[in-house]
Design a protein around this ligand. Sequence first.
Ligand SMILES: [Ca+2]
Ligand SMILES: [Ca+2]
Length: 221
Amino acid sequence: MKTQLFIADSVLVFSLSAPLPAAQLVDYDFDDSTPSASAVAAHLTASGITGGSGISVFAYKPGNPDTGLALSATKWTTSATYDPNDYFEVTLTPATGYQLTLSNFQVDARRSDTGPQTWELRSSVDGFGTVLGSETLPISSDFYPAQQLSIPKAYANLDSAVTFRMYGYGASGTLGTGTLRIDNLIIDGEITPVPEPAGWFVLAGLVLLGSPAAVRVFRRT
Ligand SMILES: [Ca+2]
Ligand SMILES: [Ca+2]
């Protein structure tokens, strides 16, 4: 029992004194037939995968590997450019007092014969205005594994929710039955405590030293 307590104390001290290493923040494998995350970092909330109003029929089909499952949807636009309503979406929200730095988005994607031939990634950071990366799926019915899109360095120290959308487009056929299937969606980065404002450290230091100036500040407030 003493050993267990010692380990717990060590973990606590580490988490307070050093930022978490850059690592995986969230993973979706869909193997339990739900759109929920299969693993989420501490101090982070990850939404389930949802779809825009322009897509339909969420289903769970053989994944990568096919001993597991993937998430599939229909009604992707046949346009050669993205439709603002045709997307998979995921939202990451840091806990109060924590901030997100994002580095990499990766996913295994597969289309059916008449499914979308391209998908692109955008985010709420700029109102879904910029394409962060894209992938073409030239052959149907094959998974294109672990397409990795690096996230711009501007995605650092975010203290509020971030939403990513995968827009699929360029489907063929007009019935909308073509599918885009995704598996092993992983977002990398780190989540760290928001630093205390520097002014508080100065003031706290003055108080600890018994500074008359600090005492005056406290008396006025
Ligand atoms: Ca899977
Ligand atoms: Ca659509």
